[in-house]
Design a protein around this ligand. Structure first.
Ligand code: PAF
Length: 280
């Protein structure tokens, strides 16, 4: 497995494969790798001949220093997981390499970045689109794979690759869940045992929305109220938002249909979890 610490090394690795006609895939991550990430790697391998994983905790996309500092960084474990999973290259730059002195250029998302997570976390998606552009430029992938758990991020990155003529195929991978339904996330390891058990209310609230939709309820405010009630019954959970949005525009809807996605964020102590599900 090739270990690249700067963009030039990653580009050299990628170009060596491209020149030989091999398709290159990139799986961007912030590390603390789990089965969900390896599902992205497996999907990447279905679309390409060689797979690179980037591991970089991107300071530009964090709103609070504490959250950035507390983000897990088990780099040795991550490298071992990548190695045992047959990853061909890992790109793990330090922050000073990604953002050297004098860095000042950013990629600004459009209105898709202003709603939902973007409204709660100003500047977050600007940080994501900036770092993902840099990762794409260094890795020059034919295809990149992202999880659907970060539903809005995926929509924004798809838009960015089209708008900026990047010519990269973006593949969205269904969310991988623990047996109790909780979406796998690197943040889950910051939950203590009682919070982890309580966190099952997040997928349960989305299930409640889906069940009500299946039962014929179409009024978004009713569906939201049902889902919200599930979270509010859990004493360790702090409800942030649950919204029903159109899958493409991400605008909230008054009446749900098969294109509607329920998106939610819930806090457990200092840990903020997000999840989403199609209502149909
Ligand atoms: O989804 C993530 O882990 C991050 O937002 C990403 C895409 C790696 C950019 O830092």
């Amino acid at each position: 497995m090739e270990l690249c610490a700067d963009p030039a090394a990653l580009t050299t690795w990628s170009d060596a494969h491209r020149v030989n006609g091999r398709r290159v895939a990139l799986v961007p991550t912030m590390g603390a790798l789990h089965h969900g990430h390896m599902a992205l790697v497996d999907e990447a391998r279905r679309h390409a001949d060689v797979v690179a994983v980037s591991i970089f905790v991107n300071p530009l996309q964090f709103n609070h220093t504490d959250d950035f500092t507390a983000y897990p960084r088990p780099i040795d474990d991550d490298l071992a997981i990548c190695r045992s999973h047959g990853v061909d290259a890992v790109y793990a730059p330090v922050a000073a390499t990604m953002y050297p002195a004098g860095f000042q250029t950013h990629v600004e998302p459009g209105p898709l970045g202003d709603v939902l997570e973007g409204a709660q976390r100003p500047g977050h998606f600007r940080g994501v689109t900036t770092v993902v552009s840099k990762l794409f430029n260094a890795a020059r992938p034919h295809v990149a794979v992202f999880g659907q758990k970060d539903f809005q991020q995926l929509a924004i990155i798809r838009r960015m690759t089209i708008d900026l003529d990047m010519g990269i195929e973006i593949v969205g991978m269904p969310t991988v869940r623990d047996p109790d339904g909780l979406a796998m996330s690197s943040r889950n390891r910051r939950l203590d045992d009682t919070q982890r058990r309580a966190a099952v209310c997040v997928p349960a609230s989305l299930d409640a929305v889906r069940a009500a939709y299946a039962g014929g309820e179409r009024r978004a405010d009713e569906l939201v109220a049902l889902g919200r009630a599930v979270v509010e019954q859990e004493p360790l959970a702090r409800f942030e938002h649950l919204e029903l949005v159109d899958a493409d525009t991400l605008q909230t809807v008054a009446t749900a249909d098969e294109r509607t996605v329920a998106v939610t964020a819930v806090w457990f102590g200092e840990v903020r979890l997000i999840d989403n599900a199609r209502v149909a």
